[in-house]
Design a binder for this molecule. Structure first.
Ligand code: ADP
Ligand code: ZN
Ligand code: ZN
Length: 733
């Protein structure tokens, strides 16, 4: 047995186990460092989780790792703990978890601190008369000036600062004025440039009380900041962040979508006087590595990111904040299906630091934990400053006809608001022109060839598009069955925009949905126009409902909420209440009274009574009673095994096997329901179905899932399907 020890390595492959290797001759690997190893016919980058005394296999059978990629561990002990925790809790292959926890370049085996090229001025360059050069070669003069000022500057920094610098560089090098050298990336050095700090408002009594409660807790505590929209939750975050920064500790803030929150980032920057480090999907590989590194080495004090930032390594963390904790985008819905909110709590517990979960509409899981006193709840029941809560009313679509989706009372209210200088937000959670194309004679509906779904009409591109698989084809003007004319049926945001422009000519109408904001910069442009008040009518999907502050917005119109009333998902009412309360929260955030109008064809549905008499809490109180009776979460734990295949039989054979093994496992106290088909069974040509596991005994549920994971992994049935385990799913299909 070699004295060096055996490396137990996590490899990015869909297998749960670790792989044993001998220590390479060339170097000493420690837990947390990456190694290059032979795997199958290729070499792979893996992460050493342990260095063990011995292996279950004879040492002579083990291969050697070929290279140690990190002399110092890349992952700290807590980082490794998190990787293991995620793998165990979500029953996901550990190598894939480790891979998800690092940026692409590190997965590929690149160095943590890569060498980058720098430019510096030669003695001749420093002595050059810039004025003279400016006349002959202005671009060279500009570059030289930047280089001389900075002493030396890296290529990536120049890429950011001077888009056109490369050609100018060649001229300067030829003249002997600058030279290139290679060194370890200094991460931009002065990113902490002086940003003028702005003072904030004095906290009101509710905010002061909340802050006091939070500060009284020591070490790990989950603090739920349950405050109505505009109640000043962000002010509380700012105070807490400032104290951590003063103590020299780092803060991690998780937000649903960074593209949607430029206002929040700007507010952090101005109020704290520092540049927040942003971690989101818009970064390229080099930027991603750099941000990861500055989080890890502690030079980034405030890290703001979307869900994957929960894995960001932090040298000296003091606080984690999860804003809009109820938001479904905090849960990854494919691959490794983790909840960034739940992991933030687990990570804070391990680190023994506080975590803040903020929302105007907390999830029922979080509310129930507050009731159980596992979490501390602090409440901000009123809007900060002088803003009053918005007034809500329903418009009954059975007694008011709607034209282009707009009923008469809504049209009148929009007109009145605009006439008096207000701004209007029209909310419809359906993009495209119309959700259906229908034959006027036989009623045939245009369907997707690969999914059990209808095609959405998009008029700008004159095509039919499937929102489930992305398939596209030209709009059919005539019915394939009977040859009669087809017409679009129903409302999408595109059609609504057209109708609003027609009814309110001369007013600026801006549409915000994933079609209009696909291009970089479009979202912030639209938000800036809305914030300045230039846009008079905003129309869009739930992208508009999240966190924005439009000072002039006085009226919110919800075109249609009825789908949510009859959802088959047990979370239907919770989600509907969240989305309505969030979008309503955009109205009247400053001086003027806000108004919210919701159109419905079912005005007598009990949901409305609960919402109108008790607000969000009215709905959640009643839903919690219902869930307790029926034993749905948060009163039980659930998990899914999903499966899909091009043959329906394969999908079912796999799930039946899983059910069989679950029943034979001898593990008691877990209900197994199914297999059942997804409501939209066929998607992108694959048949989808699932098994549901439900239990009040979390440990038993996890024992069963672990058992199934390992047995199913090697089965022949598994090879015919794509399958996954989803723990704490938020969507049942
Ligand atoms: P939330 O995060 O709960 O939506 P914000 O912190 O964004 O609330 O506050 C909403 C608005 O009220 C902002 O314009 C903010 O500047 C203002 N505000 C917050 N706290 C106070 C306060 N104590 N006094 C006056 N204005 C406040
Ligand atoms: Zn027809
Ligand atoms: Zn499709």
């Amino acid at each position: 047995m070699s004295a060096d020890g055996i490396l137990r390595v996590a490899i990015n492959a869909p297998l749960s186990r670790l792989f044993d290797y001998r220590m390479p001759e060339s170097g000493q690997a420690v837990p947390g460092s990456r190694v290059e190893v032979p795997f199958g016919r290729r070499t792979q980058t893996g992460v050493v989780l342990e260095v063990a005394e011995e292996s279950e296999l004879p040492v002579s059978k083990l291969k050697s790792a070929t290279k140690v990629l990190d002399k110092e561990p890349l992952f700290s002990a807590t980082d490794l703990w998190l990787i293991r925790f995620v793998s165990n809790y979500y029953h996901h292959p550990i190598g894939e978890v480790a891979a998800a926890a690092m940026p692409a370049l590190l997965r590929q085996g690149k160095a943590l601190n890569p060498l980058v090229q720098y430019l510096s001025a030669t003695a001749a360059g420093k002595d050059t008369a810039l004025d003279a050069l400016r006349k002959k070669a202005p671009k060279q003069a500009l570059l030289l000036e930047v280089i001389v000022d900075a002493d030396s500057i890296s290529f990536p920094e120049l890429d950011k600062a001077l888009p056109d610098w490369r050609r100018a560089r060649k001229g300067l090098v030829d003249k002997g004025l600058v030279e290139t050298y290679e060194a370890i990336d200094n991460d931009g050095g002065d990113a902490l440039a002086n940003i003028e700090q702005e003072p904030g408002p004095d906290l009101n009594p509710d905010q002061r009380a909340a802050l006091k409660c939070i500060r009284e807790m020591e070490g790990f505590a989950v603090n739920v900041v349950n405050g109505v929209t505009g109640s000043g939750k962000t002010e509380i975050y700012l105070h807490l962040i400032a104290s951590e920064l003063d103590e020299g500790r780092q803060v991690l803030v998780l937000v649903p979508e960074i593209g949607l929150t430029p206002q929040l980032v700007r507010r952090f920057r101005r109020r704290l006087g520092i540049e927040p480090l942003l971690l989101h999907s818009g970064l390229n590989d080099t930027e991603r590595l750099q941000t990861w590194r500055t989080a890890r080495n502690g030079s980034a004090q405030l890290v703001v990111g979307t869900r994957s930032a929960v894995f960001a390594p932090l040298k000296n963390p003091g606080l984690i904040i999860v804003d809009e904790e109820h938001d479904s985008s905090l849960k990854q819905q494919e691959g490794l299906r983790y909840s960034a909110r739940d992991l933030a709590v687990a990570r804070a517990k391990k680190l023994d630091i506080p975590v803040i979960l903020g929302s105007a509409t907390p999830s029922l899981e979080t509310l129930q934990r507050c009731r159980d006193n596992a979490y501390q709840s602090v409440e901000l029941p009123t809007r900060a400053g002088n803003a009053a809560p918005p007034l809500l009313r329903l418009v009954d679509l059975t007694s008011h006809d709607a034209f282009d989706g707009l009923s008469a009372p809504v049209a009148i209210a929009i007109e009145k608001n605009i006439a008096s200088g207000g701004q209007v937000l029209v909310f419809l959670n359906r993009r495209g022109f119309a959700p259906t194309l229908i034959c006027t004679s036989c009623g045939k509906v245009s369907e997707c060839a690969r999914c059990d779904s209808r095609m959405t009409v998009h008029s700008a591109s004159n095509c039919l598009r499937c929102h489930h698989c992305g398939a596209e084809r030209p709009v059919e003007s005539q019915c394939a069955d009977c040859g009669s004319n087809c017409r679009p049926l129903g409302q999408g945001t595109e059609r609504l925009e057209e109708a609003l422009k027609g009814r309110f000519p001369g007013e600026v109408v801006t549409r915000v949905d994933s079609d209009t904001t696909r291009l970089k910069g479009e979202m912030s442009k639209a938000l800036a126009m809305a914030t300045s008040g230039e846009t008079r009518i905003l129309v869009g999907t739930q992208m508009l409902s999240k966190g924005h502050h439009f000072p002039n917005l006085t009226l919110v119109v919800v075109i249609n909420a009825d789908q949510g009333l009859f959802s088959t998902d047990f979370r239907g009412a919770e989600k509907l209440a969240q989305s309505l309360v969030q979008v309503a929260g955009r109205a009247g955030r400053e001086k003027r009274q806000g108004e919210v109008i919701i159109q419905t064809a079912f005005p007598r549905h009990p949901f409305w009574t609960e919402l109108f008499s008790g607000g969000y809490q009215g709905v959640t109180d009643s839903v919690l009673i219902e869930r307790e009776k029926t034993l749905w979460p948060p009163f039980s734990r659930i998990a899914l095994i999903r499966s899909s295949a091009t043959k329906r039989n394969d999908t079912y054979a796999f799930l039946k096997l899983a059910k069989c093994w679950a029943e034979d496992s001898g593990i008691e106290g877990v209900r197994v329901l199914g297999p059942v088909s997804a409501p939209m069974e066929r998607k992108a040509g694959r048949y989808r179905a699932q098994l549901l596991f439900q239990s009040r005994d979390r440990a038993a549920l996890h024992r069963l899932l672990a058992h199934l994971r390992t047995s199913l992994e090697g089965s022949t049935e598994a090879r015919r399907v794509r399958w996954s385990i989803d723990v704490d799913p938020i969507e049942l299909f």
